[in-house]
Design a protein around this ligand. Structure first.
Ligand code: HEM
Length: 220
Protein backbone atom coordinates (compact mmCIF):
# COMPACT_ATOMS: atom_id res chain seq x y z
CA UNK A 1 0.00 0.00 0.00
CA UNK A 2 1.41 3.43 -0.93
CA UNK A 3 2.00 6.09 1.73
CA UNK A 4 -0.72 8.51 0.43
CA UNK A 5 -3.24 5.65 0.33
CA UNK A 6 -2.33 4.70 3.91
CA UNK A 7 -2.77 8.29 5.07
CA UNK A 8 -6.13 8.57 3.25
CA UNK A 9 -7.33 5.36 4.89
CA UNK A 10 -6.35 6.63 8.33
CA UNK A 11 -8.16 9.94 7.70
CA UNK A 12 -11.31 7.95 6.79
CA UNK A 13 -11.03 5.85 9.98
CA UNK A 14 -10.46 8.94 12.17
CA UNK A 15 -13.49 10.65 10.61
CA UNK A 16 -15.77 7.62 11.02
CA UNK A 17 -14.66 7.04 14.63
CA UNK A 18 -14.98 10.70 15.66
CA UNK A 19 -18.35 11.27 13.95
CA UNK A 20 -20.46 9.62 16.74
CA UNK A 21 -18.73 11.80 19.36
CA UNK A 22 -19.36 14.93 17.28
CA UNK A 23 -23.01 13.90 16.86
CA UNK A 24 -23.34 13.29 20.60
CA UNK A 25 -21.79 16.67 21.37
CA UNK A 26 -24.14 18.36 18.89
CA UNK A 27 -27.20 16.66 20.43
CA UNK A 28 -26.04 17.72 23.91
CA UNK A 29 -25.57 21.29 22.64
CA UNK A 30 -29.05 21.37 21.09
CA UNK A 31 -30.62 19.71 24.16
CA UNK A 32 -31.66 16.67 22.13
CA UNK A 33 -30.57 13.75 24.32
CA UNK A 34 -34.05 12.40 24.98
CA UNK A 35 -35.95 11.88 28.21
CA UNK A 36 -33.01 10.15 29.94
CA UNK A 37 -29.80 11.88 28.79
CA UNK A 38 -27.44 9.80 31.00
CA UNK A 39 -28.83 6.55 29.64
CA UNK A 40 -28.69 7.92 26.07
CA UNK A 41 -25.03 8.94 26.41
CA UNK A 42 -24.04 5.65 28.14
CA UNK A 43 -25.77 3.52 25.52
CA UNK A 44 -24.45 5.50 22.54
CA UNK A 45 -20.88 5.22 23.84
CA UNK A 46 -21.38 1.51 24.65
CA UNK A 47 -22.75 0.81 21.17
CA UNK A 48 -19.81 2.50 19.48
CA UNK A 49 -17.28 0.79 21.73
CA UNK A 50 -18.64 -2.57 20.64
CA UNK A 51 -18.89 -1.66 16.96
CA UNK A 52 -15.33 -0.35 16.79
CA UNK A 53 -13.96 -3.26 18.84
CA UNK A 54 -15.56 -5.78 16.47
CA UNK A 55 -14.35 -3.75 13.47
CA UNK A 56 -10.77 -3.95 14.81
CA UNK A 57 -11.15 -7.72 15.22
CA UNK A 58 -12.49 -8.03 11.66
CA UNK A 59 -9.28 -6.78 10.05
CA UNK A 60 -7.31 -10.05 10.29
CA UNK A 61 -10.26 -12.26 9.20
CA UNK A 62 -10.64 -9.96 6.14
CA UNK A 63 -7.05 -10.79 5.20
CA UNK A 64 -7.57 -14.50 5.83
CA UNK A 65 -10.87 -14.76 3.94
CA UNK A 66 -10.26 -12.34 1.04
CA UNK A 67 -6.47 -11.92 0.96
CA UNK A 68 -6.78 -8.17 1.66
CA UNK A 69 -3.75 -6.65 3.39
CA UNK A 70 -4.85 -3.00 3.70
CA UNK A 71 -7.21 -3.54 6.69
CA UNK A 72 -4.22 -4.49 8.88
CA UNK A 73 -2.97 -0.89 8.49
CA UNK A 74 -5.86 0.41 10.60
CA UNK A 75 -6.28 -2.47 13.07
CA UNK A 76 -4.27 -0.81 15.84
CA UNK A 77 -5.97 2.56 15.30
CA UNK A 78 -9.41 0.95 15.57
CA UNK A 79 -8.34 -0.87 18.75
CA UNK A 80 -7.23 2.42 20.29
CA UNK A 81 -10.50 4.09 19.34
CA UNK A 82 -12.44 1.22 20.95
CA UNK A 83 -10.41 1.77 24.11
CA UNK A 84 -11.04 5.53 24.02
CA UNK A 85 -14.79 4.93 23.67
CA UNK A 86 -14.92 2.43 26.54
CA UNK A 87 -13.03 4.91 28.74
CA UNK A 88 -15.72 7.51 28.01
CA UNK A 89 -18.49 4.93 28.55
CA UNK A 90 -16.92 3.95 31.88
CA UNK A 91 -16.37 7.62 32.86
CA UNK A 92 -20.07 8.37 32.39
CA UNK A 93 -20.85 5.48 34.73
CA UNK A 94 -18.33 6.75 37.32
CA UNK A 95 -19.22 10.44 37.13
CA UNK A 96 -22.87 10.69 36.10
CA UNK A 97 -24.25 7.42 37.53
CA UNK A 98 -22.28 7.22 40.80
CA UNK A 99 -20.38 10.50 41.14
CA UNK A 100 -17.20 8.81 42.46
CA UNK A 101 -19.03 6.86 45.17
CA UNK A 102 -16.42 4.04 45.16
CA UNK A 103 -18.13 1.70 47.70
CA UNK A 104 -21.41 1.86 45.77
CA UNK A 105 -19.60 1.32 42.49
CA UNK A 106 -17.82 -1.75 43.88
CA UNK A 107 -21.18 -3.07 45.15
CA UNK A 108 -22.66 -2.55 41.66
CA UNK A 109 -19.77 -4.43 39.99
CA UNK A 110 -20.20 -7.37 42.37
CA UNK A 111 -24.00 -7.37 42.39
CA UNK A 112 -24.86 -6.94 38.72
CA UNK A 113 -23.33 -9.64 36.46
CA UNK A 114 -23.57 -7.46 33.34
CA UNK A 115 -21.47 -4.78 35.04
CA UNK A 116 -18.94 -7.47 36.08
CA UNK A 117 -18.70 -8.51 32.41
CA UNK A 118 -18.27 -4.91 31.28
CA UNK A 119 -15.46 -4.47 33.80
CA UNK A 120 -13.76 -7.68 32.60
CA UNK A 121 -13.97 -6.41 29.02
CA UNK A 122 -12.45 -3.08 30.04
CA UNK A 123 -9.68 -4.73 32.09
CA UNK A 124 -8.80 -7.00 29.15
CA UNK A 125 -8.36 -3.98 26.90
CA UNK A 126 -5.97 -2.11 29.24
CA UNK A 127 -2.84 -4.24 28.57
CA UNK A 128 -3.57 -4.00 24.85
CA UNK A 129 -3.76 -0.21 24.89
CA UNK A 130 -0.64 -0.05 27.11
CA UNK A 131 1.36 -2.15 24.65
CA UNK A 132 0.08 -0.60 21.46
CA UNK A 133 3.18 1.49 20.72
CA UNK A 134 5.86 0.38 18.28
CA UNK A 135 8.49 0.48 21.05
CA UNK A 136 6.38 -1.91 23.17
CA UNK A 137 6.00 -4.30 20.23
CA UNK A 138 9.81 -4.28 19.96
CA UNK A 139 10.30 -4.77 23.70
CA UNK A 140 7.84 -7.67 23.96
CA UNK A 141 8.87 -9.29 20.68
CA UNK A 142 6.37 -9.94 17.90
CA UNK A 143 5.45 -13.42 19.17
CA UNK A 144 4.63 -12.39 22.76
CA UNK A 145 2.89 -9.25 21.54
CA UNK A 146 0.66 -11.27 19.20
CA UNK A 147 -0.14 -13.72 22.01
CA UNK A 148 -1.00 -10.90 24.43
CA UNK A 149 -3.21 -9.23 21.85
CA UNK A 150 -5.44 -12.31 21.68
CA UNK A 151 -6.94 -10.74 24.81
CA UNK A 152 -8.92 -8.59 22.37
CA UNK A 153 -11.09 -11.66 21.76
CA UNK A 154 -11.60 -12.12 25.51
CA UNK A 155 -12.65 -8.46 25.69
CA UNK A 156 -15.07 -8.90 22.79
CA UNK A 157 -16.66 -12.02 24.29
CA UNK A 158 -17.11 -10.27 27.68
CA UNK A 159 -18.48 -7.16 25.93
CA UNK A 160 -21.04 -9.16 23.94
CA UNK A 161 -22.12 -11.03 27.10
CA UNK A 162 -22.35 -7.63 28.89
CA UNK A 163 -24.77 -6.47 26.19
CA UNK A 164 -26.72 -9.75 26.08
CA UNK A 165 -27.25 -9.63 29.84
CA UNK A 166 -28.29 -6.00 30.05
CA UNK A 167 -30.60 -5.92 27.02
CA UNK A 168 -34.33 -6.05 27.60
CA UNK A 169 -36.30 -9.05 26.35
CA UNK A 170 -37.09 -8.70 22.65
CA UNK A 171 -34.10 -6.47 21.81
CA UNK A 172 -32.33 -8.20 18.92
CA UNK A 173 -29.15 -6.08 18.51
CA UNK A 174 -26.98 -8.02 21.00
CA UNK A 175 -27.68 -11.23 19.07
CA UNK A 176 -26.43 -9.63 15.84
CA UNK A 177 -23.22 -8.60 17.59
CA UNK A 178 -22.89 -12.12 19.04
CA UNK A 179 -23.36 -13.61 15.56
CA UNK A 180 -20.70 -11.28 14.10
CA UNK A 181 -18.27 -12.31 16.84
CA UNK A 182 -18.95 -16.02 16.20
CA UNK A 183 -18.15 -15.49 12.48
CA UNK A 184 -14.90 -13.65 13.32
CA UNK A 185 -13.86 -16.34 15.80
CA UNK A 186 -14.84 -19.02 13.27
CA UNK A 187 -12.55 -17.56 10.59
CA UNK A 188 -9.66 -17.36 13.08
CA UNK A 189 -10.33 -20.94 14.27
CA UNK A 190 -10.47 -22.23 10.72
CA UNK A 191 -7.15 -20.54 9.88
CA UNK A 192 -5.57 -21.92 13.07
CA UNK A 193 -6.73 -25.48 12.25
CA UNK A 194 -5.38 -25.19 8.69
CA UNK A 195 -2.02 -24.03 10.00
CA UNK A 196 -1.79 -26.91 12.51
CA UNK A 197 -2.65 -29.48 9.82
CA UNK A 198 -0.13 -27.96 7.37
CA UNK A 199 2.61 -27.94 10.05
CA UNK A 200 1.98 -31.59 10.93
CA UNK A 201 2.02 -32.62 7.27
CA UNK A 202 5.28 -30.70 6.63
CA UNK A 203 6.85 -32.32 9.70
CA UNK A 204 5.75 -35.79 8.55
CA UNK A 205 7.18 -35.19 5.05
CA UNK A 206 10.46 -33.81 6.42
CA UNK A 207 11.04 -36.76 8.81
CA UNK A 208 13.54 -39.39 7.48
CA UNK A 209 12.02 -42.83 6.72
CA UNK A 210 11.96 -44.90 9.88
CA UNK A 211 14.34 -47.91 9.78
CA UNK A 212 12.88 -50.96 11.44
CA UNK A 213 14.92 -52.47 14.23
CA UNK A 214 15.86 -56.13 13.95
CA UNK A 215 13.37 -57.07 16.65
CA UNK A 216 10.59 -55.36 14.71
CA UNK A 217 11.54 -56.95 11.37
CA UNK A 218 9.30 -59.98 10.76
CA UNK A 219 11.84 -61.39 8.26
CA UNK A 220 14.79 -61.43 10.66
C1 HEM B 1 -15.41 -3.11 26.20
C2 HEM B 1 -16.23 -2.82 27.21
C3 HEM B 1 -17.69 -2.47 27.06
C4 HEM B 1 -18.51 -2.50 25.96
C5 HEM B 1 -18.17 -2.92 24.54
C6 HEM B 1 -19.82 -2.04 26.38
C7 HEM B 1 -20.92 -1.97 25.56
C8 HEM B 1 -22.18 -1.60 25.99
C9 HEM B 1 -23.35 -1.64 25.16
C10 HEM B 1 -23.39 -2.11 23.71
C11 HEM B 1 -24.39 -1.20 25.90
C12 HEM B 1 -25.87 -1.11 25.49
C13 HEM B 1 -26.15 -0.06 24.52
C14 HEM B 1 -27.61 -0.04 24.09
O1 HEM B 1 -28.49 -0.53 24.82
O2 HEM B 1 -27.86 0.50 23.00
C15 HEM B 1 -23.87 -0.85 27.20
C16 HEM B 1 -24.63 -0.33 28.23
C17 HEM B 1 -24.14 -0.09 29.49
N1 HEM B 1 -22.88 -0.32 29.93
FE1 HEM B 1 -21.33 -1.03 28.84
N2 HEM B 1 -19.77 -1.71 27.72
C18 HEM B 1 -18.49 -1.97 28.17
C19 HEM B 1 -18.02 -1.77 29.44
C20 HEM B 1 -18.75 -1.26 30.48
C21 HEM B 1 -18.25 -0.98 31.79
C22 HEM B 1 -16.80 -1.18 32.23
C23 HEM B 1 -19.29 -0.49 32.52
C24 HEM B 1 -19.30 -0.04 33.95
C25 HEM B 1 -18.58 -0.56 34.88
C26 HEM B 1 -20.45 -0.45 31.67
C27 HEM B 1 -21.70 -0.03 32.06
C28 HEM B 1 -22.80 0.04 31.26
C29 HEM B 1 -24.10 0.54 31.67
C30 HEM B 1 -24.45 1.06 33.06
C31 HEM B 1 -24.94 0.46 30.57
C32 HEM B 1 -26.38 0.93 30.47
C33 HEM B 1 -27.32 -0.16 30.92
C34 HEM B 1 -28.76 0.32 30.90
O3 HEM B 1 -29.21 0.91 29.91
O4 HEM B 1 -29.41 0.10 31.89
N3 HEM B 1 -20.09 -0.94 30.43
N4 HEM B 1 -22.53 -1.12 27.22
Amino acid sequence: MTRPARIALKVVVWSICLAPLARLAYRAWTDDLGANPISFITNTLGDWTLRILLASLAMTPLRIAFGLSWPITVRRLLGLFAFAYVCLHFSVWIVLDFFFDWPRMWADIVKRPYITMGMLALLSLIPLAATSTTSMIRRLGARNWTRLHRLAYVAAVCAVVHYLWLAKVGVKDPYWYAAALVVLLGVRGWEWARRVIRRRRDRAQAAPPRVRSQAENPLS
